[in-house]
Design a protein around this ligand. Sequence first.
Ligand SMILES: Nc1ncnc2c1ncn2[C@@H]1O[C@H](COP(=O)(O)OP(=O)(O)OP(=O)(O)O)[C@@H](O)[C@H]1O
Length: 324
Amino acid sequence: MTMTIDAAGGALMASPAEGAAIVTRGLTKRFRGGQLAVDQLDLTVPRGAVFGFLGPNGSGKTTTIRMLLGLVAPTAGTSSILGSGSPRQALTKVGALVEGPAFYPYLSGAANLRRFDAADPSADPRTVERRVAEALDRVGLAAAAKKRYRAYSLGMRQRLAIAATLLGPRELLVLDEPTNGLDPQGTREVRNLIKDVAAGGTTVFVSSHLLAEVEQMCTHIGVMRTGRLVAEGPLAELRSANVPRIRVETPDVAQAAAVLATLGLTDVSPGSGELSAELGHALPEHVTAALVREGVAVRGIHVVRPTLEDLFVDLTGEGFDVEA
Ligand SMILES: Nc1ncnc2c1ncn2[C@@H]1O[C@H](COP(=O)(O)OP(=O)(O)OP(=O)(O)O)[C@@H](O)[C@H]1O
């Protein structure tokens, strides 16, 4: 179901969450069957960020989003959206897309949006035509406004779902797996649309299990593993946290390990016919010279900088689907 969550407006309360678009502290959800879906989540989404909420299937992303939007009650902890501790107070400024869209196939895109808007008690029916036209224009569907929904491509359908979240001015968009099921073209369309929306100043919180996709559009990421947040921060910072390693191919593994340790390299890991270590600030040419000087038979030397994918596999214990 596609939904734009709206509620009666009201003054937003000042709170410690001011300045961030989303803050959760100790947010926890245990389902009745005993399943701990979200475990002590401390999340901070800065205003203006495109925040990628990344994690394998079942890691708790949708449950977190449902708690943020007030659709499911947390077992423990707090969450705050746009500085308000009560989701209902902030939700007129929030557009949310949770799960798949539910549009009428025989109605046009524009007619679907009009129906959608009519179901929103906080929307002004006098301005609906203008707002529908603007939303369609924003997602690049102005020319297809009168086309029936069933004739839309998958990418167009998803753009219409996002248009439904943009029928009012939004400070925050929350999108749960918006590219799920899309082909590469549709994925690109949605990704570009998200970037455009963010460029207009809207904070975007987007969940995904696709690392490559998140890397291409997000400024910040949070990584979930079995209900817990295992990494969070600006993408650039997480990238630079990946320290380069040196890998040496040699039959003299033990002797090479001793040389690397003497040079101050850390995390020296011997293997079969090769070994690796964190390079740190050492220069590869100095390491090579030292090995040769000590009589180590060097067959090959490589400097490897782990990718974000490597980092996430380490963090989550699982591979991510890297196809966008
Ligand atoms: N209503 C529910 N009752 C019981 N368990 C649930 C319920 N909803 C989700 N879960 C469980 O909670 C865990 C987290 O699910 P959630 O849907 O939040 O993960 P997700 O990261 O969004 O995964 P996906 O990408 O597959 O939707 C899963 O183990 C799931 O089976």
